[in-house]
Each structure stands twice: as C-alpha cells, then as structure tokens.
Ligand binder design. Structure first.
Ligand SMILES: [Zn+2]
Ligand SMILES: [Zn+2]
Length: 326
C-alpha cells in the first residue's frame, strides 16, 4: 500500500471517481512478480475500473463526457489515428506507444484516476459499477474470445476452466445460444458453472476428459473450445472435434501440436486479446438486455484498505473474484 497524490485532468482527460475496481487474474502476474511485461511497483494496480466522471479537463466537451456520467473504461489507449486505434483496438496500436492501465499508467485501485476522455464507455443504467468493472477485462475477455470463435448458436462449446473468466464464458455463451459443457478440477467451481448456464459439467480431475466429452457429443467431440485456465491447453485439443475451432485466452500457457493433427481435423486455433472498445460496449449492452448475473461473479467485496488481505486471498485462486468498492 502506498500513498499517491490525487491526479488532475489535463487537456482531453477526465478525472474519474472510482466506484468499483475489479481484481483480474492477470493482476496476479504483477502481484507475484512473474509478469513478462511492465507493471512496476510504483504503478497503481487495477485494470478493471468503473466509476463516474468527477471533473473534465480542458477541451472535453459535453458530447464527450460530463460530470456525473456513469462510465466504464477501455483500459488501453494509443495514437488514436492508426487503423487499429480507429477500429477500437488501441492495444494493437501501430504508433508504438500503447498505454495500458496498471502496466504503464496508474490503474483503478485508488479513489481517483485520470484517463483520456476517449477511453470512456457508457455504463448502461441497469448495470452496477462492479458489473462494469468485470466487463472491463475478465468478463470482457470471455466475450472477446467468444466473438473470435464466431457463431455460437446451436454449437457445443467446451469451456475449460470455470474461474471468473471461464464462468463468464459459460454465462455469455449459453445466452448466445451454445450448449456449454463446463470443465474444471474444482467441484465448487463446477457447481457455479451449473448456476451460470452450463448444460453439463465435467470434473477433469476425476474422469478422462477425452472420453467424457466424446460421450457427451456422440463421439464427435466439441464444435468449439474456449480455454481459460492457462494450464489445460492440451485438453483443448483432446476434446476438439473435426472442423473445430479453439480459442486460447488463459495466457501464457504453452500448447503443442503436430501440424498434421490440425490438417487431419481441419482445426482453427486462435487466441484473443481482451476485446475492442466497441465490443466492450456491446458486451455491456448484451449483459444489460439479457439481465445476466455478472454481479454474482464476485464472491468478495473489499474496501481499499483491505488490499493486502484481498490479494493474499485472490492469490490462492480458489474462490471466485474480488472487487474493491468505494
Ligand atoms: Zn494507434
Ligand atoms: Zn485483466
């Protein structure tokens, strides 16, 4: 825990009063000191911020942001002019100067934060601040991975890992029309997967995953796989059927395969980098329209002065997701 001065918004920036700041699995790379990128000890952590506009800097007109707006934040910004920035993907900016919350810009684990006004997205009225926080990365990352997998309607999707991202994938994909088979090694997480819309669940610590999915799919295997655990990459290829598509979002786990295996099965294998600002807004609107229980992803609500205890708890990765509320 460190003291930082409250920031002031410069030209084109807004001061956001934080109302919820989520804890995301990728925060643990920095907490444990195992990150292969950024995240120094002097950067305020938290890349799932959500709050309300408290003040605007010079040049921020009411069409862009006004005091009191309820806002989510897309947690990257870039040059704002290259094709990737213009299409909502500043994390892929060609300008060579990507800014990322909690890596090289102060994040949301503080009462106030300053961000460029162009990173703001409206939080639908019916969504809580903590739902907006989750959609900012964890739940949003599941949405982004599902969008890369393509049309989900009528497919059988295996979601590997039922932590906060996997559980979000189960919830969103079942609402999008997939039959979801949730897989984990933790029975508590599988109980939650059932409540979040999984049609079936499989405990891969207790049964052979290849046989279990084969049995549930009449020997065909899964149409689609969303791998969220980072440790079950091999399982993804064990359960994927012919013509299957798999998306690996549990980074940075290795996966190995023979090209001939992909050839014979005509697989499409991919990863997905969180989501675009445009999809973040769409995800929020979908969650609001379908009244999905994103709030229930959070099993712990903390105040900021409990941060040390909160991260010790989160580091165990056994019990859902936490959020700081302000
Ligand atoms: Zn750019
Ligand atoms: Zn994250």
């Amino acid at each position: 825990m460190k003291e930082f001065p409250d920031p002031q918004p410069g030209p084109g920036e807004v001061l956001v009063r934080m109302r919820a700041s989520g804890m995301c699995g990728s925060d643990l790379h920095f907490y444990r000191g195992t990150a292969s990128f950024g995240g120094g000890a002097d950067i305020i952590q938290g890349h799932e911020p959500c709050g309300e506009v408290h003040a605007v800097g010079p040049g921020v007109t009411p069409e862009i942001a006004s005091v009191g707006d309820r806002v989510m934040i897309h947690h990257y910004w870039g040059c704002n002019t290259c094709d990737h920035c213009r299409s909502g993907w500043p994390q892929m900016c060609d300008g060579g100067n990507v800014h990322t919350l909690c890596i090289d810009e102060p994040g949301g684990h503080a009462p106030y934060m300053v961000v460029p006004a162009r990173t703001l997205l409206p939080l639908p009225d019916s969504l809580s601040y903590k739902a907006g926080a989750a959609i900012g990365c964890g739940t949003g990352t599941a949405w982004g991975g599902l969008k890369r997998l393509g049309d989900l309607g009528g497919t059988t999707l295996v979601v590997l890992g039922q932590g906060p991202v996997g559980l979000s994938g189960t919830m969103l994909a079942s609402a999008l029309g997939a039959r979801v088979i949730g897989v984990d090694i933790n029975s508590t997480r599988l109980d939650r997967a059932n409540r979040f819309g999984a049609s079936e669940v499989v405990n891969s610590a207790e049964v052979d995953i290849r046989e279990a999915i084969s049995e549930l799919t009449g020997g065909k295997g899964a149409d689609l796989v969303l791998e969220t655990s980072g440790v079950a990459n091999g399982d993804a290829l064990k359960v994927l059927g012919k013509w299957g598509r798999a998306c690996f979002i549990g980074l940075p786990g290795p996966v190995s395969f023979k090209t001939e295996e992909i050839f014979r099965n005509q697989w499409t294998l991919m990863t997905s980098w969180t989501l675009s600002s445009i999809e973040q807004r769409r995800c929020a609107e979908f969650v609001a329209a379908r009244k999905l229980p994103v709030d229930d992803l959070f099993t712990k609500i903390w105040s900021l002065d409990q941060a040390a205890e909160a991260y010790e708890w989160f580091d165990k990765q056994t019990d859902g997701k936490g959020v700081f509320e302000f």
